[in-house]
Design a protein around this ligand. Sequence first.
Ligand code: IMP
Ligand code: MG
Length: 171
Amino acid sequence: MDNIKVLIDEEKLQARVTEIADSIQEEYGEKELILICILKGSIFFTVDLAKKIKGDVKLEFIRVSSYNDGTESSGEIKMKLDLKDSIQGKDVIVVEDIIDTGRTLSYLIEYLKMKKPNSLKLCALLDKPERRVQKVNVDYIGFQIPDKFVVGYGLDMDEKYRNLPYIGYLE
Ligand code: IMP
Ligand code: MG
């Protein structure tokens, strides 16, 4: 087992997810809302967020790969699992685990805009601003974090550690 240090503990994480859910609910009210979960990393965040929004929430899933392996983004994004239902005319929030270089979200925003949703917003649990290569406007951000490779709460290192209930980093 690698030595993992806690960066954001479970309590802080959940409290922030509740705050984000509250602001989303305030903004969308009774409107039908589609959360697009970017697999696999955003699964835990999307589920917790969806549970905390008291409204008409629907879920969609997309899977992209931007990493060859390990911890460096390859820059090339491949669609591994596409949307199954139309989002045309819908109010959509893309839910991402972390924005690192910004390449994944920039690509996805352009792709999703072509599907003509009524509105498209972005929500990311974590943001590593130091690493940005491509500018992205995010509407809801959980935490800004330093340039460390983090794991847990959906985030992995070679598929490991997704099930940690907190955000940690490897020493
Ligand atoms: P970007 O395209 O460089 O912004 O990378 C976004 C994707 O890279 C995220 O959705 C994560 O899957 C992955 N990623 C970036 N930083 C980390 C990290 O610190 N830990 C785990 N995965 C990361
Ligand atoms: Mg991801």
